[in-house]
Structure formats: C-alpha cells, structure tokens
Design a protein around this ligand. Sequence first.
Ligand SMILES: Nc1nc2c(ncn2[C@@H]2O[C@H](COP(=O)(O)OP(=O)(O)OP(=O)(O)O)[C@@H](O)[C@H]2O)c(=O)[nH]1
Ligand SMILES: [Mg+2]
Length: 456
Amino acid sequence: MKDTIVALITPLGRSGIGVLRLSGANSLSIVRKLTFDPEFSPKPRFAHLKKIFDLETLEVLDETIVTYFKAPNSFTGEDVFEIACHGSPVILRQILDFCLKLDARLAEAGEFSLRALSNGRMNLSQAEAIRDLIDAQTVASARQSIRQLRGEFSAELQPLKDDLLNVIIVLESAIEFVEDDLPEFQTENIRIKLTEIAVKVGKLASTFRAGKLLREGLKIALVGRPNVGKSSLFNALLGHERAIVTDIAGTTRDQLHERLVINNIPVSLIDTAGLRETTDTVESIGVERSLRIMADADLVVVLLDGSQKLTEEDRQILTQTSEYPSLIALNKLDLGAFNEQFYEEINRAHLNSQIINVSAKTGEGLNELQKAIVEPFSLQDTEQTGFLVSDARHHDLLLRTKSEIENSLSLLEQKMSEEIVLIGLHNSLRYLGQITGETTTEDMLTRIFSTFCIGK
Ligand SMILES: Nc1nc2c(ncn2[C@@H]2O[C@H](COP(=O)(O)OP(=O)(O)OP(=O)(O)O)[C@@H](O)[C@H]2O)c(=O)[nH]1
Ligand SMILES: [Mg+2]
C-alpha cells in the first residue's frame, strides 16, 4: 500500500484561503486526529466545517472546510482530503507539520498527478496538460492545454495506434501461417495503410511550431547603441515605466526581461545595454550580455535614432545583426521626418529587414511595430482552431514514430522478411504509447514528473 502524502496545493503566501491536500489510505485517520473527532465520517464530496487542533497545546488552530473525496472517485484515485484553511502561511505550515507528524509524507513534485496516472484516472499526456494549463501564459495556450486534458490528443492518437496494431497483426500472422510471401494485394494494402499513418503522424508533428509558439512564446531583444531609446521603447511597449530612461548614454547596464502578449502570442521582451566600445567594467559586461542575447533571441529589433545621422556604432550594429532574424525600428519620429539616405544605407546592410518608424515618446508607430514583430510567426487559421502539439517530448516521439514507419515501408518495398519490417512498427507503437504513458518506463516517468511542481 502506498503511503499517504500531503502538500499545500495553493501558492504559499497570505490569501483568503490556502488548501492542503492529503492523499492515501491513512488520510481519514489523519483528519480524524487533526480534528479531534475519532468518529468523523465525512460524506464524500460535501463541505464539512471542522476545527483543527494544535496536537500539543490542544488549542484550536483554525476553522477549516474539509472535503472528502472517497477512493476511487478522487483526483488521485485514492482517499483524498482537501482542507481549506485560512490563508495564513503560519497556520498552513503548522497544519502541514502536524500532518507530517501523523505519518503523512510531503508529496514530491507531481506526485498527486503520478498517482492519478498509476490509478488510471488520467493518462500521461493528460497529466502533462494539467502542468501546462497551470503554466499557461495566454488564453490561447490555456485552451490548448484544456483540449489535451480532455483527451483530444489521446483521441487523435488512438485510431493511429489501432491501425498500426492491425498491420502488425497481419504481418505477425503471416510469419506464423503463411509458407510463402504475403500475397501482393495484402502487401499493397499494408503499404497504403502505413503511408497513411505516417502522413497523419507527420501532420500532428507539424502542428508543433504553432503549439510551441503559443506555449513558450517569443524572445524579442531590443538592441542599439546607447541613447537611441531602447528603454523608452521597452516601457512604451509594456505600457508602464519599467526601465530607467535618461539622456545619459549607457543608462541600462543589465538586461531587463518583461512579458507581454501580442496577438495571443506570449512575448518575452528584453531591454539591453547599449552597444558601444567602453572601458567601464560594468557597462562592458552589459554589452557582452547584449551580444549574447542577440544570438539567443527569436527576433532582434535594431533600434536607431532617426533624428540623427547614422554613426559608426550604428553601422557596426547593423552588420552584427544582419545575420539574425531582425527588424529595424527608427525611433524619435516626433523630432521630424527621417532622412531618405537613412533607408538606403540600412537596406544595404539589412537586405531583408523591415523598417518601421516609431516614436517611443508619442507612441506613434507602436501598433505597426507590434504587428511587424509577430507577423513572421503568425498562425494559420487551422492553427488557431485545431489541436496543437505543444510539448517537445510529444513532438520528438511523433517524429521518431514517423521515421520508424517510413523505415519499415522502405524495407517492405525491398521485400524484406516480415520480421525485419515488424521491428520498426513495434518501435513506433511503443513511441506512440509513450505519449500517453502506456509504454513509458519508470525512470521516464520520474523525469517527466520532476517538471511538475509540488502540490500537482
Ligand atoms: N524626442 C524623443 N526622445 C526620445 C524618444 N525615445 C527616447 N528618447 C529620449 O532619448 C534619451 C535616451 O533614451 P533611453 O530610452 O534611455 O535610451 P537607451 O537606448 O535605453 O539608452 P541606454 O540605456 O543608455 O543604452 C532619453 O532622454 C529619452 O527621453 C523619442 O521617441 N522621441
Ligand atoms: Mg536603456
């Protein structure tokens, strides 16, 4: 029998209520002791107002609402209690400590979900969906997680697994019963079926670009020489004064990261230290970091001061960034129209980059800039409505499945024996099973659930 685990399932901090969850066969006896009510027989799924006592001083610790979910009808499939206490970190800590004294163990990261999985309450991709739902940064990404949680992904995979299994059965029985090779029409049928499965798996895998984008979003770096207005633009895009702005060149020393959402896409916006040769130690570390961030960003927004002539530093930055996906923003439009020569010179350095005129000061051009930032990443209509694979693990398994099937197909065409063809098909079935967890090994599960947090 598994031990009883406990954890705080709401964030630690002051709040109206904070909820502790106990799961395991001893939950009821622990709650009876906490409430000093040895006869307590809670009605499942009903809220019970109960006092919880300090086990040492016998004083009332808190008045709580206790809800019992009787096995197997609970999140984990075990006996579960959720104790809604007042959201005081001190009280929560004490009650948690008493649970530990009464022989509950602190739940590990993802352990509630892991138990739900092993008790058949959900499959692996559904458990991962809960993790992703909690981590979702946008409505669109949360919706995708809900779809996965409701079993949409598993439902897409099931017919593929069934088809694959049917092919495997035909080939296996050919080994057992057919003296000669499989008749031609049967081989042809298998070929058609396998091609169909590979295409469908490939299609699912191809939704990952959009899925990853909705889930992880974009890293956008604002770069340029000092004083062109990077921090001003950063603040303008965020809509509040986050970064320090002064007319002193070299104001920003470290990077600032902030999140915003543009067109449903989560964006991590990075303000950087202005790029220039400098002898100042702190500033030069900042410059060093700016260079690294550029290489790491999905898009570099190169900011130039349009009210002045291009400087040697600007030219250097244009050359440095020409290799990266980038767009140019000409700032300080409020100071007057920009010089045509500017555009010509920029175009020479950055053949394919779009140029947007903005004023961080007045906000002019900001909408165009936002549009231009997400445009190269924008989603097709089907990507807005269909189910998207958003987990790198799932994507990897789909690609492996596809390549194993394609490999088997080519072996089939080379008229290799059924045993040889079957190897790849068995592998693909195993890979598909790893997505939903039927064929996942213990250490894989440990690795996956370590990405969950305590209380999930
Ligand atoms: N007129 C005008 N002034 C601006 C605009 N954007 C920024 N400035 C001014 O330009 C100066 C520098 O702005 P910052 O945003 O600190 O420039 P930065 O690129 O972050 O500079 P460093 O952090 O030193 O690299 C400040 O005095 C801003 O008020 C703009 O659109 N129009
Ligand atoms: Mg700055």
